[in-house]
Design a protein around this ligand. Structure first.
Ligand SMILES: [Zn+2]
Length: 293
């Protein structure tokens, strides 16, 4: 910012806003300080204190190899890959149980720690010439010292969609929910799937809806997004709402990926819904709220 407002310091709230919450990054040249946040990863779990809060760098041995994650409320966070959590302080837990308890920015930091460490574990060697990769300072990326291959951390995009249709005469709208053949099979979830290379998010929604439940949708609208640390490293979920193109069409499942798909009145949803910290649930709750207006 330039001009009188900047001279009067009126841009201070903006910089305060920038430091609040979680901001991913890998600042070049910064070194871990004892009071910085520490997110040790052991297998697919994170080590936290007994209350689920991040440990501090000083809680771990001085020779720990730290990887920058960004900042949480202005405090730098660092991850490290531990092979054993046996002798270290804290409690090892998966992202799902952590995200259910801690505020969203903490869950986002934890999600990034798991994603970055998992990615580093699986990107040790150059895929072109087999040399050992080195870190690229200031970025979450690696580079091959021999052939120069640049290996940035990549995200997988996935879409999910809350499909509604008008309820029977005088009744509330209905929402389509599905049950999966693998994972939490008891849960009623939304139609979802990974985006293919060369495909837009919107096209992915139409394709997944056709493949999974053999329906067509229109009035597709973007809802929001969430980094997701459960289905793999670096997954970004993009949520949409849509309307069934034919309000009388019934879903058909293939029995392999999905075992069931049903319309539910939004005033009579099942109890087995996705957890409160998930964008699936935010979409379902928003759909219920919209239908009651
Ligand atoms: Zn190479």
């Amino acid at each position: 910012m330039t001009g009188p407002a900047a001279a009067a310091g009126l841009d201070a709230p903006a910089s305060a806003a920038r430091s609040a919450g979680f901001h991913p990054g890998a600042e070049r040249g910064r070194l871990p300080a004892p009071g910085d946040l520490a997110l040790p990863v052991t297998g697919a779990k994170l080590l936290t204190d007994a209350d689920g809060r991040p440990l501090r760098v000083a809680d771990l041995p001085a020779d720990t190899d730290w990887v920058p994650l960004g900042t949480l409320d202005g405090v730098p966070g660092w991850a490290t890959d531990l092979t054993t959590a046996g002798t270290l302080p804290g409690r090892a837990r998966g992202w799902a149980s952590l995200a259910a308890e801690v505020p969203e920015p903490h869950a986002a930091l934890a999600s990034r720690a798991l994603a970055v460490i998992t990615w580093r574990r699986t990107h040790r060697w150059c895929g072109a010439c087999r040399a050992e990769l080195t870190d690229k300072p200031g970025e979450t990326a690696r580079r091959c010292p021999d052939c120069g291959l640049y290996v940035p951390m990549q995200l997988s995009a996935a879409v999910l969609v809350a499909i509604t249709r008008p309820g029977p005469a005088g009744r509330a709208d209905e929402l389509l929910l599905v049950r999966h053949a693998t994972g939490p099979t008891g849960l009623w979830a939304l139609v979802a799937g990974f985006v293919e290379a060369g495909e837009t998010l919107e096209a992915a929604v139409h394709r997944e809806v056709g493949e999974e439940v053999a329906l067509s949708v229109d009035r597709l609208a973007y809802f929001g997004s969430q980094p997701w640390a459960i289905s793999g490293p670096g997954v970004l979920l993009a949520g949409f709402t849509a309307r069934a193109a034919d309000p009388h069409a019934e879903p058909v499942v293939d029995g392999r990926e999905l075992t069931e798909a049903r319309w539910f009145g939004v005033d009579a949803l099942p109890a087995e819904l996705p957890p409160a910290y998930s964008i699936s649930r935010w979409l379902i709750d928003a759909t219920m709220t919209a239908a009651r207006r």
